[in-house]
Design a protein around this ligand. Sequence first.
Ligand code: PLP
Length: 458
Amino acid sequence: MEYISTRDKNLSFNFKDVFLRGLAPDGGLFIPKEIRTYNELEIKTLRSLSYTDLATEIISNFCIPDIKKNDLKKVIKKSYESFTTKDVIKIKKIGDINLVELYHGPTLAFKDIAMQVIGHMYDNLQVAKTKTVNIVVATSGDTGSAAIAALSNKKNINLFVLHPHNKISNIQRKIMTTIGGDNIYNIAIEGSFDDCQKIVKGLFNDNSFREKINMSGVNSINWARIICQIVYYFYSFFKMKKNNISFSVPTGNFGDIYAGYIAKKMGLPINKLIVATNKNDILQRVINTGEYKPDKVKQTITPSMDIQVASNFERLLYYILDENDSRVGSLMNDLSSKNSFNLEKKEINEIKKDFEAVKITDEETVSIIEEIYKKHKFIIDPHTATGVGAAQSFKNIGDTVVLGTAHPYKFRDTIKKAIGKNLESPEHLKLNIDKKETFDIISNSSLEVKNYILGKIQ
Ligand SMILES: *Cc1c(COP(=O)(O)O)cnc(C)c1O
């Protein structure tokens, strides 16, 4: 599989480059040169596969020949052994809500589904065989712990995780700062997730630093994460045993929902992809008005979605703009020079063919959690609740599956406020998170982060 940059179609990369670098050298995002499509008959043959076999089939399209299909099968099998459910995900009917639980991995959010695979891909690609790899990642709360669980104690790999100080839930922080081995460094940045992401992107664009520390990334702009997330759209679509299914997706960096868009491009007949945002509603605004304009990040009860610069949106733009790489580049230049860009009417209409978008406020989120608990004695986390709220806003589009992105325990303080219940920790986390937390607090400065990293790896 050959890859290009969203800002330059003439650049060419293989899967291994894309996996290791995360960000294209021109600042654009990697995108496959062609996307393999399945016809109706081929889709039928995928229906009967187990989750892991389906994952092997879907993901192999994007990583052969760098990872051979047989090796990939082993990678995937090992990755999902740590999940508490055999089929990796669970599909449930809660009243009239179709919920797919994506949080049965080691750190209780959907991020584990891709990150576990990535951890084993590092082994398979033998990237740290002769030289230490330093992975730097920004997290809005869940990516960090998933990456730590996947990479802890791996030989010749160090992992630096930047999270926004005091802006993630207590349990998110505890999991992140207690489960890691000696190769894990937690950094609390005095800023927002956008600040953390900006620092990480800056380090990737700094060639001499990147090369000096042999840097790699596992952020949601990493293509390897997207391809692992495509799988559950197929799998849950098939389990619904209907056609014309829509998906409602709690969205921050536009990674998870973008995987659904690629699933549709591959031939899965998804009806609509519904973007659920919180008050940080840049995606809702761009989809409904065409103006992409980051605001200051507002803190909400859905911290994993407290993002204003939705990086993966650039990947959608590439297709919406008819694969016009120079127009993508020029809109991205507008974004950095004027802090916004505008789409034309026909481009908005193009997006609206596949997407709907709505903002769900904290008050609405709390009342959704309350209502579902009252009616069904079932507890959902606040992020998942925004997905439920978004699905309810578009009732007329027919059967919809809501992606359940995190286990409610991760947001137990919010759950306690909403329904007055103290949630217990799932068994596999119990022993760990009462340990002493280790993290360092650093100001919002790329230079300080650089010095911190250099200090640790010398
Ligand atoms: C990461 C995350 C999201 C947002 O996913 P994106 O891929 O960034 O859009 C939503 N909910 C939870 C619980 C998350 O951890």
